[in-house]
Write a protein that binds this ligand. Structure first.
Ligand SMILES: Nc1ncnc2c1ncn2[C@@H]1O[C@H](COP(=O)(O)OP(=O)(O)OP(=O)(O)O)[C@@H](O)[C@H]1O
Ligand SMILES: [Mg+2]
Length: 250
């Protein structure tokens, strides 16, 4: 396995406020990490920091072992980090094709090549993005990310406002993208069970700290551990496990 993304002792926030601290995460090439946690835990702020849109307050971020200078979105993007933000940020009056084209890299794949992964976009190709359904818009958002040939894909609440069946479909696509393109995916999600189905590993952030982490299937089978992590009572468990084995999951 190849470590694609690694952050160590990472802290960050906006201005002098700290939203997350001492976060260590490793995501392997071709794998999906579900980043879970209650509202206000710091998930979005962590993704914004990993993608260079916010400068870290401390710690390091590396892609394929090469350390990034924090707070530089262009450098993070050049290293292969692509953020799928929680607000979709589509150009609603541009067509599907134009939305993909504006994100494409010079000498990168052609927009049409995305239809292999997102066949449902074919009959919407010349429509304005604003005329698409919520699920189709999220496919377009993912297509726009994929055309950038990500090595690290940071996805913030892709499922917001979508029916569970559509979410399941989208998550299966996310998992296929991770495997086919060998990228490291961090999936921030409120649909905990659906996220754990597609993820390899999971981490729960609560009040800015990782309070639980482990294999996704194992955590899915331990709802009581997840619940206490959400309630913020699992910190002691993680500390104890880390002290004995060096792995917070065991
Ligand atoms: N634009 C902002 N300006 C100042 N503080 C902010 C801003 N956005 C978020 N925060 C604060 O940063 C902290 C972390 O918020 P963040 O948005 O990262 O949480 P989150 O885990 O993504 O929550 P949610 O699940 O609701 O999206 C919170 O205390 C929040 O109030
Ligand atoms: Mg958020």
């Amino acid at each position: 396995m190849t470590t694609r993304l690694e952050c160590t002792d990472l802290s960050g926030g906006r201005g002098s406020a700290t939203a997350f601290r001492n976060v260590d995460l490793t995501v392997e090439a071709g794998s999906v990490l579900a980043l879970l946690g209650p509202n206000g835990a710091g998930k979005t702020t962590l993704l914004l920091t990993l993608s260079g849109l916010l400068a870290p307050q401390g710690g390091t971020i590396a892609v394929d072992g090469a350390r990034l200078r924090g707070g530089r979105p262009a450098a993070a993007n050049a290293a292969g980090i692509v953020l799928v933000p929680d607000n979709r940020a589509l150009f609603t009056t541009l067509t599907v094709e134009e939305n993909i084209r504006v994100a494409s890299r010079r000498n990168g794949p052609k927009p049409k090549s995305l239809l292999e992964t997102f066949p449902a976009l074919e009959k919407r190709w010349t429509l304005p993005a604003g005329a698409l359904s919520g699920g189709e818009q999220q496919m377009l958002v993912m297509a726009r990310a994929l055309i950038q040939q990500p090595r690290v894909l940071l996805i913030d609440e892709l499922s917001m406002g979508l029916a569970p069946l559509i979410v399941e479909d989208l998550f299966n696509t996310v998992s296929a993208i991770a495997a086919d393109h060998q990228c490291a995916v961090i999936l921030v999600e409120q649909h905990v069970n659906l996220a754990l189905e597609v993820a390899d590993a999971a981490a729960v952030l609560n009040r800015g700290r990782i309070v639980l982490r482990g294999d996704a299937k194992e955590l899915a089978a331990s709802p009581e551990r997840l619940e206490s992590a959400y309630l913020g009572t699992a910190e002691a468990e993680v500390a104890a496990a880390a002290a004995t084995s060096g792995s917070a999951a065991s």
